[in-house]
Ligand binder design. Structure first.
Ligand code: SF4
Length: 140
């Protein structure tokens, strides 16, 4: 089930998974911001997504579905930002599969990450990405 909330600049998708959790993706300009996890274990102090910790990782299909749903709404999408709910490096295998799918469809793909775990961060830097934004607000 998908609930779509519009404001002047953005379109927010609330997507219910088959096991009844909710994740969000946001379309702004020609970018779709996608979630990589249900909940988040990082628990940044300013962010509601981590309040209940991590519930589970999203599968690669569930990440890609956020894109296909937005396309079905007729939205123009040129780039994907892994900037929604979750730390992409903590669901790395599924995020990499979705990344390959997005790149093979001609999209630019950027990441927003705390850089943890560091070995996945190093691998991320070696990918053919279109930008990595490192947040250093949580020092652990
Ligand atoms: S890593 Fe992202 S989703 Fe997780 S708590 Fe921090 S800001 Fe929120």
């Amino acid at each position: 089930m998908v609930k779509i909330i519009n404001d002047e600049l953005n379109k927010l998708f609330e997507i219910k998974t088959d096991d009844c959790y909710t994740v969000e993706s946001v379309h702004y300009r020609k970018t779709l911001c996608v979630s990589s996890q249900v909940g988040c274990s990082i628990k940044c102090s300013f962010c509601a997504s981590g309040l209940n910790g991590l519930i589970r990782n999203l599968s690669a299909d569930e990440i890609i579905k956020q894109y296909t749903l937005a396309k079905e709404e007729g939205l123009e999408i040129e780039s994907i930002a892994f900037a929604g709910i979750g730390e992409p490096l903590l669901n790395w295998d599924n995020v990499k599969k979705a990344f390959e799918y997005f790149k093979s469809n001609g999209l630019s793909v950027s990441f927003y990450t705390t850089g943890f775990p560091i070995h996945n961060f190093k691998e991320l830097l070696s990918l053919n990405h279109d930008g990595v934004n490192l947040s250093l607000h949580s020092v652990f």
